[in-house]
Write a protein that binds this ligand. Sequence first.
Ligand code: ZN
Length: 350
Amino acid sequence: MPNEHRRTWAIATIALCLCACAVRTTRRPPLPGGSAPAELPPDLAIDNSCGVQSAEALSRCVDPMRIRADVNRIARPRSPGSEHHAAVRELCRSRLRELGFQVHLHSYASGENVIGTKLGFSKPTERVVLSAHYDNVGRCPGADDNASGVAAILEGARVLTSARFDRTLVVACWDEGENGQLGSTAYARAANRLEGKLRLVVALESVGYANAQPDTQQIPEGFEQLFPDQALAMLDHDYRADFLTVVADRRTMDFARSVVEHGGRFDLGVHILRLTDRIKFKQQDLHRSDHVSFWNEGLPAILLTDTGPFRNPRIGCKRGTDGPDSLDYEFASRVTRAGIGAVADALEVR
Ligand SMILES: [Zn+2]
């Protein structure tokens, strides 16, 4: 596809969020006949005996089959208020509890986040949050957006809980990510009132889609001017949609570099997009996920994403179904390995 066509397509998608969010403030009723049963298939046996105490070894413990199994459980329509939305919230709650986390439901005006906490040993008031939004909208299964992110953080929770850390690990399933990020915003606003320090928030948004064919990665209009090195790298790679994008700011660049380092061990290309106030003004597409809820409160956060609609035409089921069979679970596991390795470093594994 010629570059001009690619960019035209990108402009057409520019109105989309990384997730197809639309701001609403009230809970919607269940979709008539569109909700899946609340009962989910049984888990793979919980096994958190990775038994290793280094970030690299922990990241190697990530299991693509577990990510796939959870995407299969989660990827059905799950608008807030629907039975399956409640079932996925319960999956987060019960899984984290089985893994030994202290779990509570963080209720706010229109929804509920699931918050799992595992206390650190020497710096328990310093928290590192690994997170993804669990809702979706309409009748789309939302496998990439964002069953993949939830499956990745649940696998991360399984792997990480086998280790000891200095800092406290928080694993969060956000509600209403597709509704103006209301869930993560409510938590971020409360976070400054909690005792201790929120050291880092890692948000995963659509992390399961890849395509190694040339000309499958789109870029937003003006991207080349703002990120010339990354644009050149994508051109040199024939616009293959097989890399991870990390959206960071000044405070989270060290973590972004750690993701690159861990990703390199698994042959995962990682592009860092560092935002500034100037780029924020021009590139609103990079500001539409849960990381921004924390930036808005002056807290350090970072986004890991496959770039959503800039590579996956099925996001929002706009061109094809965003179902489990469309994802690449080896790619999703490499993204999870890179993210988990970096989170383990941030937690200071002992
Ligand atoms: Zn989303």
